[in-house]
Design a protein around this ligand. Structure first.
Ligand code: NAI
Ligand code: 13P
Length: 326
């Protein structure tokens, strides 16, 4: 396999900027693409992204507004919100050399189509080779170079290993797998479940309730993941259980914070992306299509859509029939 040297990251938000830093730290030549020319110019001039305030951009990273810069990339990383990934990949497709690995890093399921992020890449850039990176990793931690471990999946194991070597470093440790579906379902489901965990905290239901909710949420994630073809060891790994633990326990998470605000009866935090809120309906459609029960995710979707009050949803969950664990 040819060595990967040039990396182009699409999306100059918090995660794209953090991943550009990861690639630069791993010794790669990095271009960070911002859709908005003014944003590209500002980040390039100040070497600071307001989404990651106070964390200087690595000196070697070139910031551009020119999508054609992707044409020289050996690896492309898509770091835009899940519902925008198709548009970002479509705009990129004509500039990619055939066979270029395109790594999805959004955590969600597409509305309407119920497609996972690698499926979106397959459809929008059929000549690219999709991969997915996911796991417990806050952009702020990663950009600061704090120790992080994630999962990186590609159908071809040799490619997954090569991508790990191209992006990994002491502080950023990707583990490779060929279980693409298992990795992407963990990231998508945990965001929805983290909103429920936040509600538990916002409603002050106690630490025991939070542990119960997180664990029963994990059962849902595993049920859906296995039904969609993911492997149980992946779902119990960094991109499933690992990310669920992180996001269901830290106010640094935007999904958890949304839940806390909802539980307290406060307005949702402004200008903060909550992928779980966007993914909840599509996740439930997937669950229904596979005949999988997801009561916690269902409660989140019902609350967000205004079909249920928080108290009503909690009552529903607490009065479900007793059953065997599993
Ligand atoms: N922030 C974090 O800690 C982490 C985020 N993620 C995932 O990464 C994804 C992006 O999240 P953030 O970077 O945090 O969001 P963000 O809101 O900070 O940034 C999103 C960026 O995408 C850009 N964008 C939107 N549509 C685009 C398009 N069509 N072409 C090019 N750029 C476009 C926006 O201009 C914005 O700069 C989400 O799916 C999130 O779940 C994953 C791991 C960690
Ligand atoms: O995915 C993340 C950490 O792994 C980031 O979580 P939030 O999107 O909830 O902030």
């Amino acid at each position: 396999m040819k060595p990967f040297n040039r990396v182009c990251v699409i999306g100059a938000g918090a995660w794209g900027t953090a991943l550009a830093g990861v690639a630069a730290r791993a010794g790669r030549k990095v271009t960070l693409y911002a859709r908005d020319a003014a944003v590209a110019a500002q980040i390039s001039a100040t070497r600071d992204n307001p989404r990651l305030p106070g964390i200087p951009l690595d000196r070697g990273i070139v910031v551009t507004h020119d999508i054609a810069a992707a044409s020289s990339a050996d690896i492309v990383i898509i770091a835009v919100p899940a519902q925008h990934s198709r548009a970002a990949v479509a705009a990129l497709a004509a500039h990619l050399s055939p066979g270029t690995p395109v790594i999805a890093s959004a955590k969600g399921v597409e509305h309407g189509t119920r497609r996972f992020m690698t499926e979106v890449i397959e459809e929008a850039a059929p000549h690219a080779v999709p991969a997915i990176l996911s796991g417990p990793s806050f952009a702020d931690d990663v950009a600061r170079g704090l120790p992080t471990a994630v999962t990186l999946a590609a159908k071809d194991e040799a490619l997954a290993v090569a991508l790990v070597h191209a992006l990994g470093s002491a502080a950023f440790r990707p583990y490779h797998t060929t279980d693409v579906r298992g990795v992407e379902i963990g990231g998508a489901a945990k965001n929805v479940l983290a909103i429920a965990a936040g509600i538990v905290v916002g409603k002050q239901l106690g630490a025991s309730a939070l542990a119960a909710l997180t664990t029963r949420g994990f059962s849902e994630l595993v049920r859906l993941g296995c039904a969609c073809g993911g492997r149980s060891e992946t779902l119990a790994g960094l991109s499933g259980l690992g990310d669920l633990i992180l996001t269901c326990s830290s106010p640094q998470s935007r999904n958890f914070s949304l839940g806390i605000a909802l539980g307290r009866g406060e307005p949702a935090p402004r200008d903060k992306l909550s992928e779980g809120a966007h993914t909840a309906p599509a996740l439930l459609e997937l669950a229904a299509a596979h005949d999988v029960e997801m009561p916690v995710a269902q409660a989140v979707a019902a609350i967000l859509a205004g079909r249920s009050t928080i108290d009503g949803a909690i009552d529903n969950l607490l009065t479900r029939p007793f059953r065997g664990e599993g």
